[in-house]
Write a protein that binds this ligand. Structure first.
Ligand code: GDP
Length: 296
């Protein structure tokens, strides 16, 4: 499970603090040194770690904290609040168009989990009584269209496809029209990914973007790839202006750095996380819950 190492280390640091009736500035400094190492080891971006530690120290070293009856607990509370802030503060909800359909463009590198996440998102929207349409605009990855169709069948959501001989821009355009004609309130466009970010991919995504004018551009990134996930997010964001990130594979053995760095580095909120291959393994991202989970 994600964050195991980080949680164990933080619990160790805070266990020591909690046991103290009185906390000195040196105790705080020692604890923060250990927190810093724990975050770096969890693959959190080093600039993010530096800012985080500075902020926590500013708040934790004051007389009010030191003189409180339970200084250790107060400091843990400060860390909890700052971790929550780091991940965006409060939940960042999916946008909704004033006039349906709400258009969601799914982007990301191949293998990140874009296609399965499209299916999962459709299922989540169905649970909220919405009527999503899935659009298969990844014509390059062999079997991507079929994969989306299979997912669609499983959740009984229609999948719009024009095969792999029509341009993705045309598929997206016609898919949107189909959604309008058939009263769908959400359109989820599964676009192509590549193994690396490249200009051709970006050009195609730009084209689709300008034709369908999405309400959401969600980047799907694999949490297992750590700092790479953050770099990919930064790159996509400068090119496409993302509205949110979906962090996948948090059920795996990820150290968690991406979850803690994405918002701070890109300014882009994590909107969803996925925790498994099953179709209901998608959850809205709650920074405060994630912070509590990390602190154990
Ligand atoms: P795409 O190339 O980005 O469309 O990636 P896919 O949607 O095909 O996913 C790639 C692989 O990752 C598939 O085997 C998925 O089942 C798997 N996958 C996606 N999300 C998760 C997740 O949250 N947890 C785990 N364990 N596997 C996932």
């Amino acid at each position: 499970m994600a964050f195991e190492g980080l949680t164990a280390r933080l619990q160790n640091v805070f266990g020591k603090l909690r046991g103290k009736g009185k906390v000195s500035e040196e105790d705080v400094n020692d604890a923060m040194r250990e927190v810093r190492l724990a975050l770096l080891e969890a693959d959190v971006n080093f600039k993010v770690v530096k800012q985080f530690i500075t902020k926590v120290k500013e708040k934790a070293v004051g007389k009010e904290v030191m003189d409180s009856f339970t200084p250790g607990m107060v400091i843990i509370d400060i860390v909890n609040k700052e971790l929550t802030e780091l991940m965006g503060g409060s939940q960042s909800k999916l946008a909704k168009a004033n006039k349906p359909p709400t258009v969601i463009m799914m982007v990301g590198l191949q293998g990140a989990g874009k296609t399965t996440t499209s299916g999962k998102l459709a299922k989540l929207l169905q649970k909220q009584n919405a009527k999503p349409l899935l659009v298969a605009a990844d014509i390059y990855r062999p079997a991507a269209i079929k994969q989306l169709q299979v997912l669609g069948e499983q959740i009984k959501a229609p999948v719009f496809t024009l095969g792999d001989q029509t341009s993705p821009v045309e598929i997206a355009k016609q898919g949107l029209q189909h959604a309008k004609d058939n009263n769908h309130d959400y359109v989820i466009i599964d676009t192509a990914g590549r193994l690396h970010v490249d200009e051709e991919l970006m050009a195609e995504l730009h084209q689709i973007h300008s034709h369908v004018n999405p309400d959401e551009v969600l980047l799907v990134v694999d949490a297992m790839t750590g700092q790479d996930a953050v770099n990919v997010a930064e790159h996509f964001n400068t090119q496409l202006s993302l509205s949110g990130v979906v962090l996948t594979k948090l059920d795996g053995d990820t150290r968690g750095g991406a979850a803690l760095s994405v918002k701070a580095v890109t300014g882009c909120p994590i909107k969803f996380i996925t925790l498994g291959e099953k179709l209901d393994a998608l959850e809205p991202f709650h920074p405060e819950r994630m912070s509590s989970r990390i602190l154990g």
